[in-house]
Design a protein around this ligand. Sequence first.
Ligand code: E4P
Length: 214
Amino acid sequence: MKIFIDTAEVKAIREYADIGIVDGVTTNPSLIAQSGRKFEDVVKEICQIVDGPISAEAISTVAEEMIPEAYRLAEIHRNIVVKIPMTAEGLKTVKAVSASGIKTNVTLVFSASQALLAAKAGATYVSPFVGRLDDISQEGMGLIQEIVDIYANYQFETQLLVASIRNPLHFVDAARMGAHAATVPPAVLGQLLRHPLTDLGVEKFLKDWATVPK
Ligand code: E4P
């Protein structure tokens, strides 16, 4: 499973990219706003840090504006994946731009029917938001299993990118279900790495090592 980092904070991206566990990056307008920086500046810097798919979101709402916006975003860097909302206008855009080789990530997906329609439109990635479904008492990971089943029935090439991950269980369940990728906020990436027994084990080995005659 590919691991993407879900942030526009370049310090965090550098930290986890240096460890070697980051295959790509996802951003959205809220994350860009949190960075406090200009959109193009931050996206260009991210493209210098990670050599993998970098999602940058279109903010137009109608296809006739979203299509040229998608072309503009794709010109920023060869690794840009244009993030497009799961709306009728968004699907028109995906169909139009994917025909000319632009990679897309259909975002704000909350149902299996939306995921199926996005795949039929030619999306490169589809992003179901599991945490936001959990927030409204609907089991987010249940949706992931539905999409895995549907995509396998029809051999779609669209990659399932599990988004809105809030904890390590979401991540592990996504891997068990065979999702192609998961996008994970920096704090949860830290939780994936650490285990208290690992820390205790290292501490004890070092303590015992100090008693070995030199
Ligand atoms: C995905 O691409 C989104 O940026 C993100 O996962 C949304 O997560 P949130 O629901 O925690 O805001």
